[in-house]
Design a protein around this ligand. Structure first.
Ligand SMILES: NC(=O)c1ccc[n+]([C@@H]2O[C@H](COP(=O)([O-])OP(=O)(O)OC[C@H]3O[C@@H](n4cnc5c(N)ncnc54)[C@H](OP(=O)(O)O)[C@@H]3O)[C@@H](O)[C@H]2O)c1
Length: 342
């Protein structure tokens, strides 16, 4: 497994990381706690040390499961968690209501993005408790909002770092302008964004989209790709018969329509010779491609079972050469235009 430094933090983190959104259960049709713990253990045994979670994943459930899983192996894990998504917060930006009871039985909720300094202070204490640790390695704002000045948010994060409660600061779902404002107050070590073979906005384009990967590289900010397998769609294992529970967000996404599944299957079929050459699976190849992109440093890959975690970790040992990367790129560029990604 290859390791890369998280920004300039001095923290070495595996290029393939385990994502634990699914372990919260909420929005994923539930999750089995034993499987989740086994998946985390399998990931660590397979060389992964970076683990990403968030308080909103199952309303604290994902962090609690992570806490249980790492109890006797805290020193083996680089824990990345987040602040910002606060239930029934007194301010900030509302992102909707949920009637999901979830594992923690919160009932009817208003989910808000709230980067207020006092709220962050409260959130970090709750995360430390759920995770069963006295420090978080990478603390990230999960989403951005306009009400709280970014400089105040970053001031609070810098103070948490000075106090030793967090070791490094990151952002998620942020523009380069927003990152500049964070950087004006202190060191930003990571940016977590949606990125996959078929979601490539971060690369910038002729229509004026900023090359965020390039900017982060220039500023020595690690870029952590989330949903690199597009919630499982790019594993080559979501066939036409796979049905998702109504409470699984994939049940209503156009990305998972039968037409899209068919087109994705065609696209992935073209990768078979390269997968064969490396004796690897399609999912591994897709992850290996992701962490080979310039400026993209780590792939956060969700896993529900130990088998998935082991398979995904294997991608960290695959080296693709320039011609293989170019072949895959060309196939994606011609196939991706026909996909409905809404
Ligand atoms: N910052 C943000 O706003 C944000 C947003 C999204 C995600 N994230 C982070 O990024 C992580 C990864 O993203 P993600 O979970 O959305 O998507 P993902 O990694 O693209 O897909 C994960 C899902 O794909 C399936 N899967 C994974 N490995 C597999 C394998 N080897 N074979 C077959 N199926 C496999 C599993 O679902 P099934 O078994 O149910 O099919 C798994 O839950 C999250 O866990 C979270 O930590 C952050």
């Amino acid at each position: 497994m290859r390791m890369r430094e998280l920004g300039q933090s001095g923290i070495q983190a595996s290029t393939v990381a385990i994502g634990t959104w699914v372990m919260g259960g909420w929005m994923w049709g539930g999750a089995d706690e034993n499987d989740s713990i086994k998946a985390i253990h399998a990931a660590l045994d397979a060389g992964i040390n970076l683990l990403d979670t968030a308080p909103i994943y199952g309303f604290g459930h994902s962090e609690s499961v992570v806490g249980k899983a790492i109890k006797d192996r805290r020193d083996k894990v680089v824990i990345a968690t987040k602040c910002s998504m606060v239930i029934n917060a007194p301010g900030g930006r509302s992102v909707g209501r949920s009637t999901a009871a979830g594992p923690s039985e919160h009932g009817h909720l208003e989910i808000k993005i709230y980067n207020n300094p006092e709220s962050i202070r409260n959130e970090v204490e709750l995360s430390l408790k759920r995770l069963g640790t006295d420090h978080i390695d990478l603390y990230q704002t999960h989403w951005q909002e306009q009400e709280t000045p970014i400089e105040d948010t970053m001031g609070a994060l810098v103070r948490l770092k000075e106090e030793g409660k967090i070791r490094a600061i990151g952002v998620c779902n942020a523009t380069t302008d927003e990152m500049d404002r964070y950087r004006s107050v202190g060191q930003v070590d990571s940016d977590q964004e949606q990125y996959s073979m078929i979601h490539r906005n971060l690369e910038g384009d002729d229509s004026g989209a900023v090359n965020q990967l390039g900017c982060c590289k220039d500023y020595k900010i690690s870029v952590l790709a989330y949903s690199p397998l597009v919630l499982g769609l790019l594993t080559g294992k979501v066939g036409p018969d796979r049905k998702f529970a109504e409470s699984d967000l994939r049940s209503s996404q156009k990305r998972f329509s039968q037409a899209n599944r068919q087109k994705i299957a065609e696209l992935l079929k073209g990768f078979a010779p390269i997968a064969e050459k490396h004796n690897c699976t399609i999912a591994q190849l897709v992850i290996a491609w992701t962490i080979s992109q310039p400026g993209l440093t780590h792939a956060l890959v969700g896993a529900r079972t130990p088998e998935q975690a082991i398979e995904n970790a294997g991608a960290g040992n695959i080296e693709l050469d320039a011609s293989e990367l170019a072949q895959m790129d060309a196939a994606v560029r011609s196939g991706a235009t026909q996909l409905d990604m809404s």
